[in-house]
Design a protein around this ligand. Structure first.
Ligand code: ATP
Ligand code: RIB
Length: 335
């Protein structure tokens, strides 16, 4: 069975809808409060599992009631938590998520036990966790030194590494690993933050008159620059515009492949990136190439925005296949 090792945070998400998001100092009434498992790592683990992979999840829990509920949930999903850390006296990560009428969100996170993961925890894992042929999928809600250590170990073992550099950090924090990552999957903001600021300034000016709904074209230019500045392969997600893959072909020429989003009535886009990343890693693990895996992920992510909550819309394999069959998304070079 294809195998994905996910490294990232587990949280409990506290979700609420409001007509408009409050500004600083403002209080607004909302509705529809619900609590559900979340965290980028956990969402990606569940997405990869439902897409058909065996998933080993490297994360940290506290020993509180919220952590116990999340652990129970992950077990019910069939996720292997053998190597997850339980921090005595620690608390479960919590995310407060507000979603407005237009689907925009505002998120605050207390990472709790997730911050207690250490590079030494990665050193202590048995070699069997890092198997050649499987995929390491990592995100950045756990300490970056932990991610760096895991990527180093995965590469030495012959694994393929996918890094979702979320939440956004600046380039200096990732510079030592960008070259080791096989596929980097930033969203639009993350793409911009990962290239030198002077390059962004120069490019911004060229796109000054571009209408807002064409801004994704500017992101593709930034993603290409990210490849020029040392990332082997960038798959940038463009929200309702889909995604674009940039791979070096020769030193100067890069292949740009754009896959439009599948048109759906989105009701909640929280976790769309996680749905994308989990499905992408599962597809790579079963031997699909990068373009096929990106199309598959694009379909899984379109399904994910149809239901509330980060994990509510994570799709099972059959549903992803049906979505792709009904909405084939042939990509093209938009440049
Ligand atoms: P989040 O932080 O909310 O998890 P993100 O910013 O990491 O999301 P996005 O780039 O917004 O990620 O979206 C990820 C993928 O989800 C897109 O590449 C696309 O495939 C899909 N997607 C997002 N929004 C929509 C939408 N409105 N309709 C269809 N597909 C969508
Ligand atoms: O990517 C979505 C996730 O980000 C949510 O589940 C929330 O936990 C935040 O970390």
């Amino acid at each position: 069975m294809p195998r994905v090792v996910v490294l990232g945070a587990s949280t409990t998400d506290m979700n609420m809808r409001l007509g408009e998001l409050p500004r600083a100092g403002e209080t607004r009434l909302g509705s529809g409060f619900f609590m559900a498992p979340g965290g980028k790592g956990a969402n990606q683990a569940v997405a990869a599992r439902r897409a058909g992979a065996d998933v080993t999840f490297l994360t940290a829990f506290g020993d509180d009631e919220l952590s116990r509920k999340v652990i129970e949930h992950d077990h019910a999903e069939g996720i292997d938590l053998t190597y997850a850390k339980i921090v005595p006296g620690g608390t479960c990560g919590v995310a407060l998520i507000l979603v407005d009428g237009a689907g925009r969100n505002l998120i605050g996170i207390d990472p709790g036990a997730n911050l207690q993961l250490t590079p030494e925890d990665i050193d202590a894992l048995p070699d069997s966790v890092f198997q050649a042929g499987s995929i390491l999928l990592a995100s950045l809600e756990v300490p970056i030194p932990v991610v760096v250590r895991a990527i180093g170990r995965a590469k030495r073992s012959g694994m393929t590494v996918v890094l979702n550099p979320a939440p956004a950090v600046d380039r200096s924090q990732l510079v030592e690993i960008l070259r080791l990552v096989d596929v980097l999957t930033p969203n639009e903001d993350e793409t911009r933050l990962l290239i030198p600021p002077e390059v962004v300034e120069a490019t911004r000016a060229k796109f000054a008159s571009t209408p807002e709904d064409e801004a994704w074209r500017e992101t593709i230019v930034y993603a290409e620059m990210l490849v020029r500045h040392g990332s082997p392969c960038v798959l940038t997600t463009l929200g309702e515009h889909g995604c674009a893959l940039i791979e070096p072909s020769t030193a100067e020429v890069h292949v740009v492949f754009y896959i439009p989003a599948i048109q759906v009535e989105a009701i909640d886009t929280v976790g769309a990136g996680d749905a994308f990343n989990g499905a992408f890693a599962a597809a790579l693990a079963e031997g699909k190439n990068v373009v096929q895996s990106a199309s598959w992920a694009n379909a899984a992510a379109a399904l994910s925005v149809l239901k509330p909550g980060a994990q509510g819309g994570l799709a099972a394999r059959d549903a992803i296949e049906l979505m792709l069959h009904e909405h084939p998304t042939p990509g093209f070079d938009p440049t």
